[in-house]
Design a binder for this molecule. Structure first.
Ligand SMILES: [Zn+2]
Length: 629
């Protein structure tokens, strides 16, 4: 019989809040999967907003701990008592976790994470700390920062953040592994009936972060006829006086209404015609995610947050640049004026609860629990052989599978193709040449066969082919080898006077319409020193050993031959959100320097660098021309 999996989840409290909700949903979901779940809380029962699901063990370590938000009083005001009581706290925490025999502790929010990390110092119990906001804008107090730095680097601690932008920030700051993990997004309750009215709805505390001022300014930019009797409704806690005054100054005080926050989100969203999140920074905004899942057409700022992740690159809601009131006004107007747009955006948004549903998100947590603590031996740089590589990107296998389903080229990758991948797929970066590579290649040959058979996989831009055909214009009787292209891009490029050999592993797209083209899947068939030009466009990033391939190709070049290579640029930030830049699709991410180094190691000399052409997918790439060194 398998041993029961045992886990502790530590949350400061169960008051109404995003971390609390995420924690309680995760506890419930892990329990359903057979985990014995212990919930560790630091607030008394009377502060609970969320109900604890049955069967979950609860431990409350209540303590006047001002860092956790509880008022300090009496003797705890002196630093001696504070220090002493904290040590007692750590002891109690360690004892509670040990008694439950947990193998892992998931701690929500940084303060709780630091406590758990310190309490489990030098133990075999693993700690996952979930950061909830962007630490650049909202970090722990200075006094606590050294503890944070210390705990984050402990060998039994891993950090989870919300969204790739925030993960990247923490990764760089501490030089540690960070995994991005979404919140569970629930679909609306059955009794919810959306009866949209001419209402723009926003939910926020009265805080500068939330960008209430930005919404007011954007709203004041719309003409009366554009607004066509729509009104703005802001729900939240705090002092809205300055915002009310601002609305007055902007002359929109009769169109903007401030309401007390209510825990009943159904009531707020029932009449919402449009939902707006104009924030300057966020974590994983539950308010936005819920509005989208309720079918409310939404507009959000593409701020430092998980907004881009949770809207699936802006496909589930309209994204506008942060602090850009013109764009916000434009999108508001576009939705107000067009009911069809509102309906289609709202309907499409309902998919969010499939993408971030309880099962999917718990699968990602499962990947984190099972995969993050497996000690992956470091790999050496496949370009320059450097041994000292840093972990730069991590993604859960489940999330990768999901992003394949939900992206520009929606693909249902058969699960057997993913079985050879580890739970956590990682990219390592070389300090010396800047190259990024991964160890988890998976069964990539099978993957390519699948891609060839099931997709019209085309790069949207073939600027590199256009570039070379322009270079070769007017020349004839050249021997050209196109290595690894999946489709023939040569038709119509005006090089019919030359002979093109197309090497392709699958030969699925063999096209006999071009008499000047030969096809092969056997590199041995190509004679040594036979080629004038070798074209390697968007190929090397797919290979496990690009150096070996490049060395073979060099042997096929004539003495004065040229080799042309194009690859995606690793500086392309979009790539982090695109499954296409991850294994099994891409196994390498090149920098300009690393491609140059690769060429040099293969005995080639760089002749020319050509920057790529930006296109609608933002897949930035570049080309390099090499000759014999
Ligand atoms: Zn290197």
């Amino acid at each position: 019989m398998p041993r029961t999996k045992r886990i502790s989840i530590a949350i400061n409290s169960l008051v109404q809040g995003g971390a609390q909700k995420a924690g309680i949903l995760l506890a419930e979901s892990l329990q359903k999967r057979g985990y014995s779940v212990q919930l560790i809380l630091f607030y008394p029962e009377e502060t609970d907003f969320f109900q604890i699901p049955e069967g979950i063990t609860v431990v409350r370590l209540i303590h006047p701990f001002e860092a956790l938000g509880v008022q300090s009083s009496g003797k705890y005001r002196t630093s001696y008592y504070r220090a002493k009581s904290r040590l007692i706290d750590l002891y109690k925490l360690r004892r509670a976790i040990r008694r439950h025999k947990s193998s892992h502790v998931i701690a929500f929010e940084v303060y709780v994470g630091i406590l758990v990390g310190l309490a489990l110092f030098a133990s075999e119990i693993n700690v996952l700390i979930s950061e909830r906001v962007h630490p650049k804008y909202h970090d722990v107090q200075n006094l606590v920062k050294p503890f944070k730095k210390y705990v984050y680097k402990l060998s039994n601690v891993r950090i989870l953040a919300q969204g790739e932008v925030i993960s990247e920030f923490i990764r760089k700051k501490f030089d540690i592994e960070v995994l991005s993990i979404p919140n569970i997004v629930q679909s609306p309750p059955k009794e919810f009936i959306h009866t949209p009215q001419k209402r723009v709805v926003m939910m926020a505390r009265a805080h500068h972060q939330k960008g209430i001022d930005l919404l007011l300014k954007a709203w004041s930019q719309l003409y009366v006829e554009q607004k066509s009797s729509w009104t703005v409704h802001i729900y939240g806690q705090g002092n809205f006086q300055s915002f009310k005054e601002m609305a007055g100054e902007l002359g929109i005080d009769n169109e903007v209404f401030f309401h007390e926050a209510t825990p009943d989100i159904n009531k707020i969203l029932q009449y919402a015609g449009i939902f707006v999140l104009p924030s300057r920074y966020e974590g994983f905004s539950n308010a936005l995610a819920e509005a989208i899942s309720y079918g409310i057409p939404s507009i959000a700022t593409d701020c430092p947050s998980a907004v881009r992740d949770l809207t699936v690159n802006g496909t589930l809601a309209r994204l506008v640049p942060t602090e850009d009131t013109n764009s916000l006004a434009f999108e508001l107007c576009a939705l107000i004026e067009n009911e069809e747009n509102r309906i289609s955006l709202g309907t499409n948004g309902k998919n969010i609860s499939k993408i971030f549903g309880s099962d999917q998100v718990t699968d990602i947590w499962q990947d984190a629990i099972d995969g993050l603590f497996k000690n992956e031996s470091k790999i050496h740089c496949i370009v320059c052989d450097e041994k000292n590589l840093s972990l730069r990107l991590s993604i859960s296998k489940t999330q990768l599978l999901q992003s394949y389903k939900n992206s520009y080229f929606p693909l249902n990758i058969p699960s057997n193709l993913f079985n050879s991948l580890e739970e956590i797929i990682r990219f390592w970066e070389c300090h010396k040449c800047g190259h990024m590579s991964t160890k988890s290649g998976g069964n990539y040959l099978n993957y390519y066969e699948f891609m060839h058979k099931n997709t019209t996989y085309n790069r949207s831009s073939v600027w590199d082919y256009a570039h070379i055909s322009q270079k070769l214009n007017g020349l004839q009787d050249l021997q050209i080898l196109d290595f690894g292209s999946s489709t023939s891009k040569w038709g119509g490029l005006g090089i019919e006077k030359n002979l093109v050999t197309l090497y392709d592993i699958t030969l699925i797209e063999k096209n006999s319409n071009f008499p000047h083209m030969k096809f092969t899947n056997n590199i041995q068939e190509i004679p040594l020193k036979s080629m004038d030009h070798i074209v390697v466009f968007h190929v090397l990033e797919h290979l496990q050993d690009p150096l070996q391939t490049l060395s073979i190709l060099k042997s096929k070049m004539k003495y004065d031959g040229k080799i042309w290579i194009s690859v995606p640029d690793k500086e392309n930030s979009f790539a982090q959100f695109s499954h296409l830049d991850w294994p099994p699709h891409h196994l390498s991410r090149f920098s300009k320097n690393s491609l140059k180094c690769l060429g040099e190691r293969a005995g080639l000399r760089l002749v020319d660098y050509v920057p790529g052409v930006n296109n609608s997918y933002g897949m930035f790439d570049f080309m390099m021309e090499f000759e014999h060194a």
